[in-house]
Write a protein that binds this ligand. Sequence first.
Ligand code: GDP
Ligand code: ADP
Length: 185
Amino acid sequence: MSERPRLTVLSGPSGVGKSTVVAHMRKAHPEVWLSVSATTRKPRPGERHGVQYWFTGDDEFDKLVANGELLEWAVFAGNRYGTPRGPVLERLERGEPVLLEIDLQGARQVRQSMPEAQLVFLAPPSWEELVRRLTGRGTEPQEVIEQRLAAARVELAAESEFDVTLVNTSVEQVAAELLALMNVV
Ligand SMILES: Nc1nc2c(ncn2[C@@H]2O[C@H](COP(=O)(O)OP(=O)(O)O)[C@@H](O)[C@H]2O)c(=O)[nH]1
Ligand SMILES: Nc1ncnc2c1ncn2[C@@H]1O[C@H](COP(=O)(O)OP(=O)(O)O)[C@@H](O)[C@H]1O
């Protein structure tokens, strides 16, 4: 297996614990660079521009797309999300480990444009637990939760398209598995 860091994509249904796992991993290993996406979604309480996302208006997002500045982008639950291309390529050229936390449609686009990327799927221990986590997080109204659960069914059905599946039972364990996949430890 090559020891050279390569692009890693982490996908999985909303509420499975992607952000939690990545935050845990980066606390111990801040050298893992997480791409900050642009989105037209409104910030949740506590989210900051340039930290969790670049929060953009529709016109600004249109420009990013028109100027070819996004490596990939998709519509998820009524909002647009995309990965700024430049920062990802710069880090990869410097040999730094790069992580994208993006949805299934984005993962498919990366597979096409960068076939060397490794695609990791984060799965919930069960459907019931996924519903519990998404609802328990308390950040979305019921209507949005239902939209996200509909998307989750589609994402879970696509698990076999990924190179590896990690089941998020223990945050600590999954974070360690992800670090190992990225050749960080
Ligand atoms: N394709 C794509 N998906 C993204 C990007 N950024 C975030 N997402 C995905 O969009 C979905 C919704 O993200 P978000 O609104 O932050 O909700 P959360 O993941 O449930 O906390 C998740 O599946 C994210 O992984 C991006 O740049 N591109
Ligand atoms: N392994 C786990 N066990 C129990 N709860 C978890 C676990 N991982 C994440 N959670 C909780 O599930 C909810 C959704 O996690 P989050 O990281 O926001 O998911 P995502 O980024 O995939 O949408 C949060 O309330 C989080 O604290």
